[in-house]
Structure formats: structure tokens, C-alpha cells
Design a binder for this molecule. Structure first.
Ligand code: FMN
Length: 192
């Protein structure tokens, strides 16, 4: 029997502004079909979600197949033997980004990210902070050198976005592309 990687994706949410990006990604992953989505959020994410979504973060649980507790460092996604197509942390706080850059695994989001680096699997970090101080810039370089892709939550305007949905779609499309998932969420340059 040929071995294929199970179609699983890990979505981590941390406490940066931009929780709507996570919601948009989860909704898009639902449309990818035949995909097992594992979701884990930090306490910081819950705090920010209360402001940005107006609903508890737990209400996004229905968009995932498996929801993990961030304190459960014994969860499936904490192990390198649990195969996935990749992981995204969206939005990625400066705190979580710095932990990932320096190999700190003090919760399930950071442990799962560490595992993706050690197994050389795609890891996409979507930071949102402005302006960026030197410690965060250095952590970005460190994480990129370790194999992560840094995808700032800064949508382009060349596709002339008309709504927040268009802006969210721009970032979601980049994440999907980096994870090798096929879905047309947003117009592509010169492709209409
Ligand atoms: C409303 C709100 C907005 C925040 N926005 C950001 C942000 O855009 N970027 C960031 O790095 N941290 C932001 N923070 C701070 C983080 O939530 C905080 O540093 C937290 O400890 C991050 O921990 P975590 O990575 O475990 O979620 C924000 C906090 C709050 C309450």
C-alpha cells in the first residue's frame, strides 16, 4: 500500500489582533474538502477574540474537526509522529513568534509549531504588530532560518479590495497556497 500524508492541518490562534483572519481561514479550510482541521488557541487569543469577534472563541470550534486545549501538551499534534500537511499560527503574537523562534514549548501552540519545524513540515506564522521592535524582528529572522514562513498580516491592495472580506481573503489565499491547499479564495495577479 502506498503511504500518503493524511490530509490534516493544524491551526493555532494566538493573542495578536487579527482573529478574523483565523475565522476566515477556518471557513475556507471547510471548503477544501476531505481535510481534518486541528484547532488550538492560546489564552491570549481568547482575550483578543472577545474584543474582535464579539463572540467567544469557542464558537469557532464547529469549524474544526478536533479542538485541543492549549495546556494539553500530550495531544496528538504535540508529537512528530502525528503526520500533517502543515501548521499555521494566525494571527501570531510577538510572544508566540518569539517562543517558536527560540524553541520554547510551554503550551500546545508552541509545541506543535516546534514539532513542525523539527519534522521540516510547513509552518506559516502570520504576525500582526506595528511598529516592529528589534526583538520581534530578530525572532522573525530566527524563525525563518529554522524553516518557518513569515507571512505578515498585511494584505495587498493591487486587487482593489472593496471589503474587509476581500482583505481577509488576500491573507487566507496566501496561507492556503503555502500549505499546498487548492481553493480560490481571492483573485490572483493577472489571473482575473
Ligand atoms: C486587544 C488586544 C490586542 C492585542 N494585539 C496584539 C497584536 O496585534 N500583536 C501582538 O503581538 N500582541 C498583541 N496583544 C498582546 C498579546 O495578546 C499578549 O502579548 C499575549 O501575552 C500573547 O500571548 P499568546 O501568544 O500566548 O497569545 C494584544 C492584546 C490585546 C488584549
Amino acid at each position: 500500500m502506498p503511504h500518503t500524508v493524511p490530509r490534516r492541518v493544524v491551526v493555532g490562534i494566538s493573542g495578536a489582533s487579527g482573529i478574523p483572519y483565523a475565522k476566515d481561514l477556518l471557513e475556507s479550510l471547510r471548503l477544501c474538502g476531505d481535510l481534518e482541521v486541528h484547532l488550538v488557541a492560546t489564552e491570549g487569543a481568547r482575550r483578543v477574540a472577545a474584543d474582535e469577534l464579539g463572540i467567544p472563541l469557542d464558537e469557532l470550534a464547529g469549524l474544526a474537526d478536533v479542538v485541543h486545549a492549549n495546556r494539553d501538551v500530550g495531544a496528538s499534534i504535540a508529537s512528530g509522529s502525528f503526520r500533517t500537511l502543515g501548521m499555521v499560527v494566525v494571527p501570531c503574537s510577538a510572544t508566540t513568534l518569539s517562543k517558536v523562534a527560540y524553541g520554547v514549548c510551554d503550551n500546545l501552540v508552541t509545541r506543535a509549531a516546534y514539532v513542525h519545524l523539527k519534522e521540516r513540515r510547513p509552518l506559516v506564522l502570520v504576525p500582526r504588530e506595528a511598529p516592529l521592535p528589534l526583538p520581534t524582528l530578530e525572532a522573525m529572522v530566527k524563525a525563518a532560518q529554522a524553516g518557518a514562513t513569515i507571512l505578515p498580516a498585511s494584505p495587498g491592495f493591487y486587487s482593489r479590495p472593496k471589503s474587509i472580506d476581500d482583505l481577509l481573503g488576500f491573507v487566507t489565499q496566501r496561507i492556503l497556497d503555502l500549505l499546498g491547499l487548492v481553493l480560490d479564495r481571492s483573485p490572483r495577479w493577472k489571473e482575473g
